[in-house]
Write a protein that binds this ligand. Structure first.
Ligand code: MG
Length: 158
């Protein structure tokens, strides 16, 4: 088995769509990024890249590459799930947490899990949690959002 950890953060700014876990969430601000800024998909992607022992997300999807400009981050996630498969590994579990002060993510978590499952990970193997930062720091002030993820990969039985 392999284990991986992922972390990501993005600024919350006006004039961007808020996309988390592949789901568009109605809000006055969105996450700033070269891609769609999907902090959750990035943290999960990085956890899988880590478990594969292949460095980090930036190495595979550089933010200087026009190909990934405004790209849907579920696409990046699909790519690494596919990469794991090529290496004979499958995702056995993902647990993740998004920390954002506003809006409340609870109503969207089911949809996020379904959306992430489209990348090739069974929905029952994906857990997503959402928290606020109790008003503290940059998250509390609504300046940005953070996501953390761990994943477990296991060897496919031949
Ligand atoms: Mg990111």
């Amino acid at each position: 088995m392999r284990i991986g950890i992922g972390y990501d953060s993005h600024r919350l700014v006006k004039g961007r769509k808020l996309i988390i876990g592949g789901v568009e969430i109605p809000f006055e601000k969105g996450l700033l990024g070269h891609s769609d800024g999907d902090v959750l998909c990035h943290a999960i992607t990085d956890s899988i890249v880590g478990a594969l022992g292949l460095g980090d997300i930036g190495r595979h999807f550089p933010d200087t590459d026009k190909k990934w400009k405004n790209a849907s981050s579920t696409k990046l996630l699909s790519k690494v799930v596919e990469l794991a498969g090529k290496k004979g590994l499958k995702v056995s579990y993902i647990d993740a947490v998004v920390i954002i002060e506003k809006p409340k993510l609870m109503p969207f978590i089911g949809k996020m899990r379904k959306c992430i499952a489209k990348t090739g990970v069974p929905v029952n193997l994906i857990n997503i949690k959402a928290k606020t930062n109790e008003g503290m720091g940059f998250i509390g002030k609504g300046q940005g959002a953070v996501a953390q993820a761990v994943c477990l990969l296991s060897h496919m039985v031949k």
